[in-house]
Write a protein that binds this ligand. Structure first.
Ligand code: DAH
Length: 346
């Protein structure tokens, strides 16, 4: 091919380039190893000496034409690609944003997890028990025989006859854990779980609520071990300045029985609504495990002793997060669960 025909073909080809692929194909066609311009160039050896200069000049011009077209077209095509991409990804920043409503852990769950962590750090296991329970475990083996007036304190949902019920407390998990220990193993467990009583629902009562039961059985355990344990939890949950005290109480399954109070985190003893002007708030029922209870579950009370306690989880959460209606824990309205003050008190 001579210079003129290559030039003509090039002019024609240049009109038909519409993509980067076509442009690169053209580069191969003209400037590749066997490209038309490359061939014109190597053909210079066959040109007469006096025409070599002019010939070389023309081939050079052709190459320059190609190269400048190539650069220009490349830039144009790349810009087109970019523009297309930008317009397809365009964000209209004047549009109102969709509000993202993120979930949050249920505040009661969160409190229970905090309590679990405190006890796990003291070597306790977290255990579970059934919510549909036998009368035997819920009452009898806790030293509350059939017909005992202590049953009146827990208005119970019976499911079938007198034997199967919805557990009215988490204390039957104590019995189950001791039966598993077979009178041989020391025990340290806490058991958070649902409990049920025939109560009318209002701001402070619910037919279903959560208790956090605890049981420790070992050698030479006394009431002061219980006091120290409750004190650790109280300080973790309500702040390091919190104090604890016990006052006497009565439960069939503990002897002695106590109720544990914490110093009022709100008024620090000056008197306020939360502590009903006493400076103290009752948060737990507890005591030293009654010898009958140990014995019935296979632990020899001459060798073993222990303490037990039961917190009302809703009550703890209501105090900690300043909530005055326990029904909010079971409400699925996210707007409510967002408003709680979740500040940690370490
Ligand atoms: N089960 C008791 C109740 O529901 C709470 C309780 C009191 C649990 C004393 C205990 C305890 O383990 O030792 O009222």
């Amino acid at each position: 091919m001579n210079i003129e025909s290559v030039k003509k073909e090039l002019e024609k080809d240049l009109l038909n380039v519409n993509s980067m692929n076509e442009l690169n194909d053209l580069k191969v066609k003209y400037l590749g190893k066997k490209g038309l311009i490359t061939e014109l160039n190597s053909n210079i050896k066959n040109i007469k000496n006096e025409e070599k200069k002019e010939y070389g000049q023309k081939v050079n011009d052709l190459r320059n034409t190609f190269n400048s077209f190539y650069e220009e077209k490349k830039e144009k095509l790349e810009k087109e690609i970019l523009d297309k991409k930008l317009s397809s990804e365009a964000i209209d920043i004047s549009l109102p944003a969709t509000k993202i409503i993120s979930g949050a852990p249920n505040i009661l769950e969160e409190l229970i997890e905090q309590v679990e962590e405190v006890f796990m750090s003291m070597g306790y296991d977290v255990v579970d028990g059934p919510e549909i329970e036998l009368d035997k475990y819920n009452f009898e083996m806790l030293n509350i025989p059939k017909g005992h007036p202590a049953r009146d304190a827990q208005d119970t949902f019976y499911i079938e006859g007198e034997e199967i019920l919805l557990r009215s407390q988490t204390s039957p998990v104590q019995v189950r854990t001791m039966l598993e220990g077979k009178g041989e193993k020391p025990i340290r467990v806490i058991c958070p779980g649902k409990t049920y009583r025939r109560d009318d629902d209002d701001a402070t009562h619910s037919h279903q609520f959560m208790q956090i039961e605890g049981l420790l059985v070992d050698k030479d355990i006394s009431l002061s071990d219980l006091k120290g344990t409750i004190d650790i939890l109280a300080k973790k949950l309500f702040g390091p300045e919190t104090e604890t005290r016990f006052h006497p109480s009565y439960y069939q399954f503990t002897e002695p029985s106590v109720e544990g109070d914490i110093s009022c985190f709100n008024c620090h003893g000056k008197g306020c609504n939360i502590c009903k002007n006493t400076g103290w708030i009752t948060v737990v029922g507890a005591g030293v495990v009654h010898p009958n209870v140990l014995r019935m579950s296979g632990y020899d009370p001459n060798k073993w002793s222990g303490f037990a306690f039961g917190f009302g989880a809703e009550r703890l959460a209501m105090l900690k997060y300043d909530i005055n209606d326990c029904r909010v824990f079971y409400n699925t309205d996210l707007r409510e669960s967002k408003t709680f003050d979740r500040k940690e008190q370490d």
